[in-house]
Design a binder for this molecule. Sequence first.
Ligand SMILES: Nc1nc2c(ncn2[C@@H]2O[C@H](COP(=O)(O)OP(=O)(O)OP(=O)(O)O)[C@@H](O)[C@H]2O)c(=O)[nH]1
Ligand SMILES: [Zn+2]
Length: 351
Amino acid sequence: MSDALIIERLRRIGWRGNELPADGLRLARVVAQHRAGYELHDGEHLFGAQPAGHFLKRGLDPSERPAVGDFVEFEPGAPPHIQRVLERRTVLSRAAAGERYERQIIATNIDYVLVLTGLDGDFNAARIERYLTLVEDSGAQPVVLLSKLDLLDDAAARLAELRARLPATTPIHALNGKSRDSAGLLAPYLKPGDSAVLVGSSGAGKSTLTNTLLGTDKLATAAVRAHDSRGRHTTTHRALLQLPTGGCLIDTPGMRELKLTGEEDLDLFADIEALAETCRFADCGHGSEPGCAVQRALDSGDLAPERWRNYLKLRDEREDQAATLEARLRRQRGGRPIDRPHGHRGQRERD
Ligand SMILES: Nc1nc2c(ncn2[C@@H]2O[C@H](COP(=O)(O)OP(=O)(O)OP(=O)(O)O)[C@@H](O)[C@H]2O)c(=O)[nH]1
Ligand SMILES: [Zn+2]
């Protein structure tokens, strides 16, 4: 097979390089990771592969191992062995569950993260904000999609609420996931060579929209359904979908239950942080302290209680993760406490 054809196939699944590997190695993209190994795609075929021995060394930073979305060099064989991970363009990650603080990669080399929420009863602007926090710093561009527009008489109020909360640079599209028009609307995010992931809670309409993007009919929706042991319907795993627009959609189960990494900025809540800076006491708990700017703003209605709760939740999550990290560092240092820069006690009036 000619190099030109190999390159053309790799372009279809998002490869942007120019040079094919030498030394008998070949290029492919990681589209799934299982306990038993990896699934790779070369733009034409899907096949299994194993990581080379050096990826299994204890103590290796997990982020150095192949992850979904990676372009990798592999040695053909039975089975093929992944030798090297190419440099990542973007990295979506989250805090790994468990007692050790670790970043876990969800997907790499993603250009657009399509955050899907139903405009119906499921609508929750705070949750959308949390999803966006996860995308921040990944290098990928978030796009907010609101499905089930056709079920609402008037979505203007919900759209306005969301527009006011999100950064002006974040696109928001309300759509009907069942309508062909939606494929046209989203085409700019699914151009040839671009990779997108679709995230959103169960029932938001991910499968419906995916089928619309694929241009397949209702039959296909049924075909991708399966029943798990508890009889619930689940979406069977189709790791990489090549779309008619030339882009590809990576569907990874890891995107389904997103958790914050503790490393994101609280940028979306910069106004609240600025407000809290104006409390009389520097270490104000924003409860019943005199001169609390947050309580004042809540009383006057300048700060919506829901937004304040959402901010606290996000902050607590980050603090939990920081505490876990600190405990680990302390264990590593043989139990000695770590100097804390903000270790003051009691109330300290601002000067
Ligand atoms: N009217 C209307 N119904 C929609 C729309 N999008 C999805 N639905 C319906 O909402 C229900 C859930 O949609 P799915 O596509 O299965 O949702 P999902 O996000 O894939 O859900 P999981 O597979 O559980 O993760 C289905 O009955 C769809 O037909 C929409 O834009 N308009
Ligand atoms: Zn306060």
